[in-house]
Design a protein around this ligand. Structure first.
Ligand code: 4G0
Length: 327
C-alpha cells in the first residue's frame, strides 16, 4: 500500500456517472440524501434553540471535508444527532455521502459480482467504486478503505488524519473489494480493530467521530480534546464529582485539598499505576522508570536508581500487583 500518498485524479479521464444523482453536489442537494453540509438539514427546526453559536458564514473556511463512499448512507443518520452533527451545522467540517450504486450503468445497478477463481461470497466491483471516488477526489484527497486488513486505528492515526484537508472513506461490503481498488485507488487502508463487520460503515463512523473531535472548535472548552486518555500515552486517572461521600465511599482526600500541585502529582501517579496494571503494553521504559520512582524529590534520581532496560520486565510485573487502582 502507498501510505500517505495522495491520489492523482489528473491522470484519470473524467467519467460521467449514470443519470440519477450524478455527483456529490447533487446527491447532497437531493431531499432524500443525508447531507451534513453546513446550513442544510434541520427541516424540523426543533434543534435550533439549543444551538450555542450561529453557523459560520459560508464565505469562511468550511473546514476539512470528509466524503463517505457507502451503499448505505442512511446508516450515518446518528451522526446528525451527535456533537459531530452540531459541528457540521456550524460549518466546522463538511461531511458528504457518495453512493457507488449511483455510478453503475446496468439495469440492476450492480455493485458486486462473483470472485474469479470461485469461492464463497461476493466481491465489490471496481468501476462503481472508482467512479464514486473520482467524482469527489482532488490531488489533496486521502483515499482510505475501511477493512480488517488495514493498519489498526489509534489516537495517533486520528491526529494524523485530522491534519488532512480531504478524507474519502470507502465502506466495503460482502467478502471484500476487487484488488485493483487497493492497488490503484487507495492511499491508506485502516481497520478499527481485529474483528469483522458486515460492512465498513460502523468503522467509518468511528473514524469520523475520532477525527472530527480533534478539529479546532468542534468540542467546547469543557469537553476539549488533548488531556484525556491516550493523548499523552497513559490511561485516565480516576475522576470524582460530588458528593464527597456516596454510600459511605469517600472521594480521595487529596482531591478535596485544593492543593493543585499535589493533586497533579496524585493524578499522574494514578494514571501510571492504572496503565501499568491494565495496559502494560503501553508502558515505555521512560514511564516504567517514572513508575518505579517513589516520588521523594531528588533531582535526576531516575538515572541513578536503576537502568531502565534492566528495570523494564520486572517493573511491569511489579506494577501490575503493587497497587490496585481506584476504578
Ligand atoms: C473490506 C472494516 C471491507 C474487506 C470493514 C470486509 C471490519 C472492519 C469489509 C472485508 C469490515 C474493521 C475481507 C471481510 C467490510 N469489517 N475491523 N467489513 N473482508 O475495521
Amino acid at each position: 500500500m502507498k501510505d500517505g500518498q495522495q491520489v492523482d485524479v489528473t491522470e484519470q479521464p473524467a467519467v460521467e456517472p449514470s443519470p440519477p444523482s450524478r455527483c456529490a453536489a447533487q446527491i447532497s442537494a437531493s431531499p432524500t440524501s443525508l447531507s451534513l453540509y453546513a446550513g442544510e438539514g434541520e427541516q424540523d427546526g426543533a434543534e435550533q434553540d439549543r444551538e450555542a453559536s450561529p453557523p459560520r458564514p459560508t464565505t469562511h473556511d468550511p473546514g476539512p471535508r470528509i466524503d463517505v463512499v457507502t451503499l448505505f448512507p442512511e446508516m450515518f443518520e446518528p451522526l446528525r444527532q451527535s456533537i459531530i452533527g452540531r459541528a457540521v451545522e456550524q460549518g466546522q467540517l463538511v461531511i458528504r455521502y457518495v453512493n457507488p450504486r449511483d455510478f453503475t450503468s446496468d439495469r440492476h445497478r450492480t455493485v458486486d459480482d462473483y470472485p474469479y477463481g470461485g469461492g464463497p461470497g461476493m466481491v465489490m466491483k471496481p468501476e462503481p467504486l472508482f467512479l464514486a471516488v473520482e467524482s469527489v477526489a482532488d490531488p489533496e484527497s486521502s483515499v482510505i478503505l475501511m477493512s480488517p486488513a488495514g493498519r489498526v486505528f489509534n489516537q495517533q492515526i486520528a491526529a494524523e488524519l485530522a491534519t488532512r484537508p480531504h478524507l474519502i472513506l470507502i465502506c466495503g461490503h460482502y467478502e471484500g473489494v476487487d484488488e485493483r481498488v487497493r492497488e490503484h485507488l487507495l492511499t491508506d487502508e485502516i481497520s478499527i480493530g481485529d474483528y469483522v463487520l458486515t460492512g465498513g460503515e460502523l468503522a467509518a463512523m468511528v473514524i469520523v467521530d475520532a477525527v472530527a473531535r480533534l478539529l479546532p472548535g468542534v468540542l467546547g472548552h469543557a469537553e476539549s480534546a488533548g488531556d484525556e486518555s491516550h493523548s499523552h500515552g497513559l490511561l485516565e486517572y480516576p475522576q470524582y464529582t460530588r458528593p464527597p461521600e456516596f454510600r459511605g465511599w469517600p472521594v480521595p482526600e487529596r482531591l478535596l485539598s485544593g492543593h493543585h500541585a499535589e493533586i497533579a502529582r496524585w493524578r499522574r501517579r494514578q494514571a501510571l499505576e492504572v496503565t501499568a496494571a491494565r495496559r502494560p503494553d503501553l508502558m515505555t521504559p521512560a514511564l516504567l522508570a517514572e513508575l518505579a520512582d517513589d516520588g521523594t524529590k531528588k533531582k535526576k534520581r531516575r538515572a541513578r536508581t536503576r537502568p531502565p532496560e534492566a528495570a523494564a520486565p520486572d517493573s511491569v510485573e511489579a506494577a501490575a500487583s503493587e497497587s490496585t487502582p481506584d476504578v
